[in-house]
Design a binder for this molecule. Structure first.
Ligand SMILES: [Zn+2]
Length: 197
């Protein structure tokens, strides 16, 4: 096993990394840093608690980028589907909405990536936050914030493709206001990942 020694940029205590995780978590001061090119940046994050009846075996935390976006429709001709749902939610001709788009920050198969980004974006998970990981393993992060923002459009288009509806024409802008990492609790089994909030 390759062990990397780095220092926490905030408290300067050494961090021992056992995996290739792009998010450097310091258990001393509770900060997470990541590299952005030559720079080291602190990442705002939350840890969601497991639901009380969740089994203690096979627990894993999976990081997601939660992008708070302004979704603005410039012009459209959409019948059904997710965009239509957004359009219906808009009141009085205001052609914008704020939505949270979830992008997995860990490496996943395409099908799992699509499944979790779509489901978490449509049904934002509700959870109580906690302040530490309580020894639960974390899936290593591979996706940078800039990559997550680029993937937000892919998620938006995937949402439409997942829903029965006909996207005929859509001209929109997506503006990301805030990018935060949320560690969501999962149970890992042979059949895949199961959300445990
Ligand atoms: Zn620290």
């Amino acid at each position: 096993m390759k062990v990397t020694l780095v220092k926490c940029p905030k408290c300067e205590l050494p961090l021992y990394m056992e995996t290739q995780d792009e998010f450097f978590y310091c258990s001393h001061c509770g900060t997470i840093h990541t590299r952005n090119g030559p720079k080291v940046e602190r990442i705002p994050y939350e840890i969601a608690d497991f639901r009380p009846d969740a089994q203690t075996d096979n627990r894993v935390y999976v990081p997601f980028w939660r992008l708070h976006t302004d979704f603005r429709i410039k012009s459209r001709d959409v019948k059904g589907g997710f965009f239509n749902k957004i359009g219906q939610a808009l009141k009085g001709g205001d052609k914008g909405a704020s939505i949270y788009i979830y992008v997995p920050a860990s490496q996943m198969e395409t099908a799992a990536f699509r499944y979790w980004s779509v489901n978490l974006t449509i049904n934002n998970p509700r959870y109580s936050a906690r302040t530490d990981f309580a020894g639960t393993p974390r899936m290593p992060a591979t996706t940078t914030r800039d990559e997550a923002i680029e993937l937000a459009d892919f998620v938006a288009v995937t949402l439409e493709a997942e829903k029965p509806g006909t996207l005929q024409y859509l001209d929109y802008t997506l503006t990301v206001n805030e990018a935060k990492v949320v560690y969501l609790p999962f149970m890992s089994s042979r059949s895949g990942l199961h959300l445990a909030v």
